[in-house]
Write a protein that binds this ligand. Structure first.
Ligand code: PHE
Length: 349
């Protein structure tokens, strides 16, 4: 009995000392293995008589149960310690900011297109689209510029050398105004649409590129007029240039598709070498617009006795250059990485 007590005590102290899951396996072997401590005691059983066998057998069973219980306890203790250790070392901070990675930069026109979209959506305008390859009907005729209208020659049009369609010749759109017609034909008023798109004119110098970007706005509602046009342009510019007070100047102008028409100048001054918008004694042409001509409404299936329209168009490169100080128009389309690094915007996650 003394011997078996000692055996239990020595096994338990070994289990107590054990500090890893791997060691537990070898301890199990030392105790219960082929030449293990318990196995040796079991051998002694064979030499005993019936009574002795019963007594020692019961003791051995008790010791075995006790050892197994301690082994299990130790095993689960070590296991949870190891799991906690792993959790600590493999901890992932899901709230940590992403590592900055270089994806190149966002083109300033993309950035500004997004800004324009945000502002016009705020005023209830919905994005509309149209094809770059247009038919002259939508680019000119439906916009109140019939064949041989002198305004057609002002647009320096790229005609496309493909057979004419039912509605006339094909060309690269010279402005985004044909989208007015597509939008009117596809919808029932009242509505407010805007489009941002590339337009093409055969013209190239420091202030003109054969391709540039326009934003077009169209409102067709009951009783909408020139005052609304002034209001929306003023508020658009206030938001775009982030200034509280801003004055614009409307100069009478001519577009075949609007009557009356105006060119819009933006007020600015130069202060400490910086351009300040909305005040001062300098003016910069920034937009064209007017009240949509009844003929244009008719071409869009809108009854001019019921509805009126206002429309406006901005040059997106000009807006961008003014806001972000981009000097030369040509850089926008040259895909020069140095230019993009200088004027582009970082991605924001
Ligand atoms: N489409 C005109 C241009 O390209 C601008 C404009 C748009 C004028 C809408 C009036 C109304 O010059």
């Amino acid at each position: 009995m003394v011997k078996i007590d000692k055996l239990l005590a020595s096994c338990l102290s070994e289990i107590e000392k054990c500090d890893s899951l791997k060691k537990i396996e070898s301890i199990k072997n030392v105790i219960f293995g082929k030449n293990g401590k318990i196995t040796q005691v079991m051998d002694e059983l064979r030499r005993l008589d019936k009574e002795g066998k019963r007594k020692l057998g019961a003791e051995i069973n008790f010791v075995k149960d006790e050892i197994t219980r301690h082994l299990d306890l130790k095993h689960s203790k070590l296991q949870s310690r190891e799991i906690n250790k792993r959790l600590e070392s493999e901890f992932v901070d899901v709230s940590a900011p992403a590592r900055p990675r270089s994806f190149g930069k966002i083109h300033p026109l993309t950035k500004v297109a997004e800004e324009i979209e945000n502002i016009l959506s705020y005023y209830g305008f919905v994005c509309a689209d149209g094809p770059d390859l247009e038919n002259e009907y939508y680019n000119f005729t439906a916009l109140n510029m019939p064949d041989h209208h002198p305004a057609r020659t002002m647009h320096d049009t790229f005609y496309i050398n493909v057979p004419s369609g039912e509605k006339g010749r094909y060309l690269l759109r010279t402005h985004t105004s044909p989208i007015q017609i597509h939008s009117m034909l596809a919808n029932t008023p009242p509505y407010r649409f805007f489009s941002i798109g590339r337009v093409y004119r055969s013209d190239s110098d420091a202030t003109h590129t054969p391709m540039f970007t326009q934003v077009e706005g169209l409102v067709v509602e009951k009783n909408v007029g020139f005052a609304h046009l002034k209001w929306i342009i003023t508020n658009f510019l206030k938001k775009f240039f982030a200034v509280k007070d801003l004055s614009i100047r409307l100069r009478p102008s001519f577009f075949p598709f609007t009557e009356p028409s105006a060119e819009v100048d933006l007020n600015y001054e130069i202060k400490n070498g910086e351009i300040v918008f909305g005040r001062g004694d300098k003016w910069l042409e920034i937009c064209g617009g007017g009240v949509v001509h009844p003929n244009v409404l008719r071409h869009g299936n809108v009854n001019p006795d019921k509805y009126q329209g206002i429309a406006f168009g901005f040059g997106v490169e000009r807006l961008t250059s003014l806001k972000y100080g981009v000097p030369d128009l040509r850089g926008y389309f040259e895909s020069d990485e140095r230019w993009r690094n200088a004027f582009g915007f970082h991605h924001v996650f």
